[in-house]
Design a protein around this ligand. Structure first.
Ligand SMILES: Nc1ncnc2c1ncn2[C@@H]1O[C@H](COP(=O)(O)OP(=O)(O)OP(=O)(O)O)[C@@H](O)[C@H]1O
Ligand SMILES: [Mg+2]
Length: 366
């Protein structure tokens, strides 16, 4: 996300680093697997974390060139959803064994979620059965409960979630017009990719058992790749990255139809746009004597006709007073090589000497 990238850059600069450049997580992961994958290949990076799933398809040429073709994902799918399924199982089990229904109790759910995550991690390592006395339930609710989960039950629990992980995989293939045969390797990244069912689901989908690379530790692949890249930079070894935007950028503008005024999103930068990238659009004031225009910046997960989320705003200040529409200016949106957004404006016609770098105020992330 824009805010996180900006915060990362600021933190690095404050810590005294000079020449900071950001590397995308999937590119870093592909670099980490450089010794394992072929010199020329197409890889899919499958990054499955606690709350999000990110899919990236990338062309790798030798050790130096990494070209992102597309990125897709689900911002609302991650390890936590697996924990929640297990919590649901425990709640039903508690009701069956003790007669207590705790499903509406948030405290109980939170306690069980911790147990669920432990059970998930234990069972995804090679143990046949998870068994734990949940003392906290006894202390808080006076309920004695032995949480038990066998590997067999565990493996059968996630059919719905496992189907969902394939949706962005298919989306990314469609966007690049590639088929499963064109993907040479799938690189697993992120804690949730350690679930054996995730690996087997992908192997089944791709129709090959050797397609998945999970040789290195998926938790460390990104940091490992970034370390290799900084070694290369320090030793003057050239590299060539082409990365693309994960979400489109747009601004909210007034839109007049024959009856009324509404707002709409003007998309300035599409999803999948290679960057650095610059684009310019022309706008005009909407009212007489309007001296400032504030634009809200939005991104979208599924396209602006479906959804949008605000990432910040900027204002074009001190415009000369003119009748509406007579004050025209060009707005240039610029994504730099760190995937950070900048905006500048330049007046047109009668205000051609008006020129400004605009200060983008990003919203805080939750
Ligand atoms: N051995 C394991 N088996 C299954 N799941 C695991 C294992 N180890 C960690 N996880 C899960 O991985 C998730 C955390 O992964 P990761 O550290 O990659 O997430 P993140 O990068 O913090 O989150 P995100 O990428 O979604 O923002 C948690 O849901 C955790 O329960
Ligand atoms: Mg992550």
């Amino acid at each position: 996300m824009e805010t996180q990238r900006q915060a990362t850059l600021n933190a690095a600069r404050q810590a005294g680093f000079r020449n900071v450049s950001l590397l995308n997580e999937p590119t870093a992961a592909a670099i980490a697997y450089g010794g394992v994958i072929d010199q020329q290949c197409t890889v899919m990076v499958f990054d499955f974390g606690g709350g999000t799933l990110d899919i990236t398809i990338m062309k790798v040429e030798g050790r130096e060139e990494y070209r992102m073709l597309t990125t897709d994902g689900n911002m609302y799918l991650g390890g936590e959803d697996f924990d929640n399924e297990i919590v649901q199982y425990f709640l039903e089990d508690i009701e069956k064994k003790t007669g207590h229904n705790l499903s509406e109790d948030n405290k109980a759910r939170a306690l069980l979620k911790l147990v669920a995550e432990q059970a998930k991690i234990a069972l995804s390592n090679d143990i046949p059965r998870y068994h734990e006395t949940v003392y906290s339930l006894e202390a808080l609710f006076g309920i004695q409960y032995e949480a038990e989960l066998t590997k067999e039950t565990f493996q059968g629990m996630f059919q719905g979630l496992l189907k969902k992980i394939l949706e962005p995989v298919k989306g990314a293939l469609e966007a690049t017009q590639l088929t499963v045969k064109d993907i040479d390797r799938v690189i697993l990244v992120g804690g949730s990719s350690k679930l054996p069912a995730v690996k087997s689901t992908l192997e089944k989908f791709f129709g090959r058992s050797n397609v998945v690379c999970a040789d290195a530790n998926p938790d460390e692949a990104i940091a490992h790749g970034a370390a290799i890249q900084s070694y290369r930079l320090n030793n003057g070894q050239p590299s060539n990255f082409q990365e693309v935007t994960a979400y489109p950028y747009g601004i909210e503008v007034l839109h007049r139809n024959w009856l009324w005024r509404t707002t709409r999103i003007a998309e300035l930068i599409p999803r999948g746009q290679p960057y650095p990238y610059k684009t310019t659009e022309c706008f005009e004031t909407a009212y007489d004597n309007q001296t400032a225009v504030t634009f809200q910046i939005y991104q979208s997960k599924r396209g602006f006709h479906v959804d949008k989320f605000r990432i910040g705003l900027f204002t074009i200040p001190n415009l000369p007073k003119r009748m509406k529409g007579e004050c025209q200016f060009e707005l240039t949106y610029d994504i730099d090589r760190n995937n950070i957004l900048h905006a500048t404006t330049q007046g047109r016609n009668n205000i051609a000497d008006y020129k400004k770098n605009l200060d983008i105020q990003l919203d805080n992330i939750a």
